[in-house]
Design a protein around this ligand. Sequence first.
Ligand code: CMC
Length: 428
Amino acid sequence: MSKKVTLNYEGKEIDLPIITGSENENAIDISKIRSETGLITLDKGYKNTGSTTSKITYLDGEKGILRHRGYSIEELASKSTFTEVSYLLIYGELPNIKQLEDFENRIRVHTLVHEDFKIILEGYPSKAHPMGILSSLITSLTAFYPESLDPSRSKNLVDISIARILGKFPTFAAWSYKKRNGHPIIYPDNKLDYCSNFLRMMFELPSEPFKQNSVITDALNKLLILHADHEQNCSTSTVRIVGSAQSSIYPSISAGINALWGPLHGGANQAVIEMLDRITKDGNNIDKYIKKAKDKNDPFRLMGFGHRVYKNFDPRAKIIKKAADNVLEKLGVNDPVLDLAKKLEKIALEDQYFVDKKLYPNVDFYSGIIYKALGFPPEMFTVMFAFGRLPGWISQWKEMRENKEPLGRPRQIYTGENARKYIDITKR
Ligand code: CMC
């Protein structure tokens, strides 16, 4: 055993090995701690707990580094496309031209969804949040493709399920938006590339064909890449834990969508725009909201600020801030919300509270502003985050299955009542 820590408990010494990752990150391997000592570890919110080893994404929160399969997020966001990054995450290497074409063609044949999905969609109230619709449509795939439920899935069947979910997700996402607007759904057009096809299904109206615009398609590719994976975050851990019960890919990803929806996670992008609108309506009184965010007795938090892992800056936020300027300028959009966001960021970054707690803008702070400029309404922002995170969830689910990871099942420390006798209802 090379490196180890020694635990001294009730006079007994137990050696715990240190596991070192390929970037020299160290972890204490506690897998034998219970059998040797009877103890478990307690770490609410898993702030110090590694749940797995993974070859997909590396991030260093102190240095602001994010890499997928070894490639930096800066390079991927500026040089790659979303489908190429999806291939990289899922299959481990950048594809050559032929591999990428095959991959895109495999996805393309799955963009159409069964007509019965329209009946499911019709059942929703028109103001249903698209995230709820999306997660249930993804789970519903199991009803249409029951073979996907087989826990002993062949590699071929897994690959088909992956292509199918990548193909149908944009169709479902666009249809959930159409449902909310009460507009007729638009069917996929497989002559178009992945992102252009989605944009058309989102924005085309029978009365008005959608005009493709490379500024919008490029911005969408970039935004999706920036959200594509982020190692063991809340939704990804959810996908892995659901998948560890040998649940199929569709319900596992549907569970991830639900975890992402919360405002502390992917729902923050919608919450940021709502917060900025609230500040605008309140006379742009930034100081008032900074004060509220610092007040322990006020539940208000500065949305789009802070991150569990990044403690200096979020590299995705840097790229998005630049992209927001660029996209708004190219589209000729003059949104005062961007100026407000920049002012708020500047004031917060100079404030001792935010400095001391290492709270910086995260990926969600500026993403909503770009999505708004591209024509997306706030309730679609988190759907767009889910769309981007899809290849990450798929790759993490696949890795977990291929590594035959055990059932995810944490323990607890019980703090409730001790054993007591049942009292008959008439005597209580
Ligand atoms: N505004 C004001 N105070 C904050 C904020 C904020 N946005 N974020 C953290 N704090 C304070 C918090 O009150 C706590 O103070 P204290 O130590 O005095 O109790 C301290 O900073 C540490 O916060 P925490 O909640 O214990 O830290 P965490 O690692 O559990 O939280 C977070 C991470 C993202 C949940 C949190 O920063 C937050 O709520 N941010 C706003 C929501 C948001 O933007 N979420 C999107 C995250 S990025 C997208 C994604 O990957 O999900």
